[in-house]
Design a protein around this ligand. Structure first.
Ligand SMILES: [Zn+2]
Length: 412
């Protein structure tokens, strides 16, 4: 099956030779071809170039993309889209002035989602999660990471991870699975974090590994949640099973989570709303990708990750949604890219690089996804007719996507 796009107004993120990730100054450049063609053969990008050099191609289908832009689909490297129920009542309570503590005392927060998850059947969790996955695919996401973390019991965590596994089997986009058993402390462990970490390490982790349910390990390293010491213990234990860390750090406080992540060769450290100079320093000359989650900052009214400081230090940066029922009930990467420009002062070039190739890196997918490169998977976005690619972040809230293609097939 040969699918040919002709007369593309601009083809974005064209990398003749594949790059692993982009850092600092490199992120300012977004290579493009104006008035381009793109050939997809079966599920892969086969060739591309300028219209004036278009060779004779016998395509099965040709799409005239006049006035439209083509770019690689978004790579969302941090989500919690497998969950049960929603928390819009807490949202309303917050508007009405209730504090987090009051909401938590009423049984809200992560523990609320955990209770609902435990009470919902695996089939129903799958049904709800599949719906969310289909939604984000239609919004241009072509690769995604999904975490557990609303089970907080062995049964609950395994239920979530099995749902992720089933999504992997039934959907064409690459899905990476992360075990986040240490997301919050269950009530019965109050005051005894170490005992819960023991349980995660000794009872849940071995089962997750045995059933091959997760590629990555995660922990919420934060004041009032889990300490740097807990983080070291869990990451060391997970390493024995070959699970690489992708961890929640520096969301509300800088307590040394980044340093712990770097020490354990984390693939990514995520959130980073609160960054000390030594945190930026620790990330230099490492293989760890910093990941910013601007829609979470928007929703919680907390600071945005200091992208300019991170980039000016020569570091890379990826963008992701953090799609979850509590702090970011949205999986819209287009909005993430807009907010990165509006609130974090990233240029459209930097934001698009961060949401494509660097997002792919944060899921070990940069060899196959995240750029327009021959041989990579044909996961692409075809926009509507728009004046330029800067229009994508500029017209925030507008759906500028005409069609999304995954493995060369239209999904929307
Ligand atoms: Zn998260």
């Amino acid at each position: 099956m040969k699918l040919l796009f002709t007369d593309i107004k601009e083809l974005l993120q064209v990398r003749e030779t594949a790059v692993e990730k982009l850092s600092g100054e490199e992120m300012k450049e977004l290579p493009t071809i104006k008035n381009a063609w793109l050939l997809i053969e079966d599920d892969k990008i086969s060739d591309f170039g300028k219209m004036e050099d278009l060779p004779e191609i016998k395509a099965d289908e040709t799409i005239n993309a006049q006035g439209k832009i083509v770019l690689p689909s978004w790579c969302d490297s941090h989500t919690h889209i497998v969950y049960a129920g929603n928390r819009e009542q807490e949202f309303v309570d917050r508007i009405n002035g209730l504090s987090y503590e009051e909401i938590a005392n009423r049984g809200g927060g992560i523990l609320n989602s955990a209770k609902t998850l435990q009470e919902t059947s695996e089939e129903e969790v799958y049904r709800q999660s599949a719906q969310r996955l289909e939604e984000v695919m239609s919004l241009g996401t072509g690769a995604v990471e999904i975490k557990s973390g609303y089970g907080l019991t062995k049964e609950g965590e395994l239920k979530m991870l099995r749902v992720i596994k089933k999504l992997k089997e039934n959907y064409p986009i690459p899905i990476k699975s992360t075990f986040l058993g240490a997301h919050a402390l269950p009530k019965e462990y109050k005051g005894n974090t170490a005992a819960y970490i023991d349980k995660v390490i000794n009872e849940i982790l071995p089962e997750v590994a045995k059933e091959k349910l997760a590629e990555y390990i995660d922990i919420f390293c934060e004041q009032g949640y889990f300490t740097v010491e807990d983080t070291h213990r869990l990451l060391s234990a997970a390493k024995a099973y070959g699970m690489k860390p992708k961890i929640h750090v520096n969301q509300f406080h800088a307590i040394g989570g980044i340093q712990a992540g770097v020490e354990h060769e984390a693939l990514s450290v995520d959130h980073l709303e609160v960054m000390r100079p030594e945190d930026i320093e620790s990330l230099k000359n490492t293989a760890t990708m910093p990941v910013a989650l601007p829609t979470c900052s928007l929703y919680l009214s907390i600071p945005y990750t200091p992208a300019r400081e991170i980039l000016e230090a020569g570091l890379p940066l990826a963008l992701a949604t953090d799609f979850n029922p509590g702090s970011t009930p949205s999986g819209n990467m287009n909005l993430v890219v807009s907010l990165a420009c509006i609130k974090m002062k990233m240029t459209p070039e930097e934001a698009i690089n961060a949401a494509t190739i660097n997002g792919a890196y944060a899921m070990d997918l940069s060899e196959t996804h995240g750029s327009i490169t021959k041989g990579k998977k044909a996961n692409i976005i075809l926009t509507k007719e728009i004046p330029s690619y800067a229009f994508l972040p500029y017209a925030f809230g507008t759906n500028s996507i005409d069609y999304v293609f995954i493995n060369g097939k239209k999904v929307k």
